[in-house]
Design a protein around this ligand. Structure first.
Ligand code: S3P
Length: 176
């Protein structure tokens, strides 16, 4: 199982960390949102607008069933992926799942920032308060990951080093 899934709420830094992690491990990096947009030749925002969230979730699941067969890969998932269908079980059966935990205020400020807000349909359709309750609802799913990395006030490289250490130890515990 030479595969790492990065999970966590929007704005947690899954893509940033994923790229650095893949580089260090000499693995391929897959950004599921980016792959999705390429596949459908539509931004996720436009996909939501044209086909709705539930069709997006179906297609997102299909994509997971494609990438789960890859090896030597770091996969940055979309923030909602772990909470739909049996996606979390699929990830845990086929790879090492890392939850990038960031405090709610930081996350929501990041995704609601002027230059970020328009990229994500859920940041457009929800208020800050609604995003907080979405995070609260999702957190129990995220916490099923093999490990949780507290990313608050840490440089990306430090987060990457912690993930690598845990990946090679194969331990299953919460890291603070
Ligand atoms: C979503 C997160 C987004 C993207 C889509 C839905 C979510 O990915 O998949 O907008 O439900 O949290 P990021 O977590 O990469 O922003």
């Amino acid at each position: 199982m030479e595969k790492i899934y990065l999970i966590g709420f929007m704005g947690a830094g899954k893509s940033t960390i994923g790229k650095l992690l893949a580089k260090k491990l000499i693995y391929e990096f897959i950004d599921m949102d980016g792959l999705f947009e390429k596949r459908f030749a539509l931004t996720i925002k436009d996909f939501f607008e044209n086909f709705g969230e539930s069709y997006f979730r179906d297609k997102e699941r299909d994509l997971l069933h494609e990438v789960k067969n890859m090896e030597k890969v770091v996969i940055a998932t979309g923030g909602g992926l772990p909470v739909f269908y049996d996606n979390m079980d699929v990830m845990k059966q086929t790879g090492f799942v890392v939850y990038l935990k960031v405090d709610g205020k930081t996350l929501i400020d990041r995704v609601m920032a002027q230059n970020e807000k328009n990229k994500r349909p859920l940041a457009i359709s929800n208020t800050k308060k609604e995003l907080f309750s979405l995070l609260k609802k999702r957190e129990p799913y995220y916490l099923k990951a093999n490990i949780t990395i507290d990313c608050n006030e840490k440089f990306p490289q430090k987060i990457v080093d912690e993930i690598i250490k845990e990946f090679f130890c194969g331990k299953t515990h919460t890291k603070h």
